[in-house]
Design a protein around this ligand. Structure first.
Ligand SMILES: Nc1ncnc2c1ncn2[C@@H]1O[C@H](COP(=O)(O)OP(=O)(O)O)[C@@H](O)[C@H]1O
Ligand SMILES: [Mg+2]
Length: 241
């Protein structure tokens, strides 16, 4: 069965494209899992632009080309299109053993978004430790709670800190997490369908390595701890508050 996963946020610049790219490339090149990426973040299509510039470099830089040849497999496909055009294409993946990553637009108010969210096996909401990002993520959780998957429950939703600042007092993140869990638990009271939300333990650090090694061709170990945790999550695919 294919897994349809999206790293998303309703705020730009949180790291959707960067994390999606790292995760896609690591799964494909290191874990050797078939991967397809749909870049539905119209009109930027920045994930596809990364690939386009890498292909251009392959043509002009022979050392780079040789390094790419050593990877031993052609790169995973990236399709850039609108949500509405992408949706019907997903059916073809349903019975494949494939990881399908979808870079979504930064707003839920887009045609095709409800149908797309309902297709997801998991959504990973990225957040940063600033009040705006935090609040916007809580709003996104509430918006996500309105959608349900084929079994009638909320799409398993995970919260992932990106740009984690290790110099910050650790408490800042932990207390924000506790506040979020309290808040989400309070929302659960009296709900017929419980929220299905959980923090990912690993926090992606703020580091230039994330920028410098972001590639649709070459994997980077900078993302390895996240992959290890995602493996467990994707295997069980159950989130709980
Ligand atoms: N963990 C990180 N550490 C350092 N820079 C990051 C990190 N994650 C993302 N960035 C940078 O933040 C900017 C926005 O990231 P991007 O992935 O384009 O966000 P989005 O797709 O959500 O708009 C980019 O310049 C990217 O390199
Ligand atoms: Mg983006």
């Amino acid at each position: 069965m294919a897994k349809f996963i999206s790293f998303c946020s309703q705020k730009g610049g949180v790291g959707k494209t960067s994390i999606t790219t790292h995760v896609a490339t690591y799964y494909y090149q290191v874990e050797r899992i078939p991967v397809t990426v749909f870049d539905c973040d119209f009109p930027q299509h920045s994930l596809q632009s990364i690939r386009t510039s890498e292909i251009a470099r392959l043509k002009s830089d022979e050392t780079y080309l040789r390094k790419a040849e050593k990877l031993g497999q052609i790169p995973y496909p990236i399709y850039a299109d609108s949500l509405s055009n992408t949706l019907p294409k997903l059916d073809a993946y349903a019975n494949k053993n494939e990881l399908v990553l979808i870079d979504l637009p930064g707003t839920l108010n887009v045609e095709g978004m409800p149908a797309m969210i309902q297709r997801l096996d998991a959504a990973v909401l990225l957040l940063e430790a600033d009040p705006l990002s935090f609040e916007s993520t809580m709003h996104t959780v509430l918006a996500m709670a309105k959608f349900s998957n084929k079994t009638g429950g909320m799409i398993p939703t995970y919260l992932l800190w990106n740009k984690f600042d290790s110099r910050e007092r650790k408490d800042r993140y932990s207390s924000l997490e506790l506040a979020a869990i309290d808040y989400l638990n309070s929302l659960n009271v009296g709900r017929s369908t419980p929220l299905n939300v959980q923090f990912i333990e690993y926090r992606v650090p703020e580091t230039v390595a994330i920028k410098d090694t972001r590639s649709t061709l070459f994997p980077s170990s900078v993302i390895k701890p996240l992959i290890q945790e995602l493996n467990k999550i994707f295997a069980s695919n159950t989130a709980t508050v």
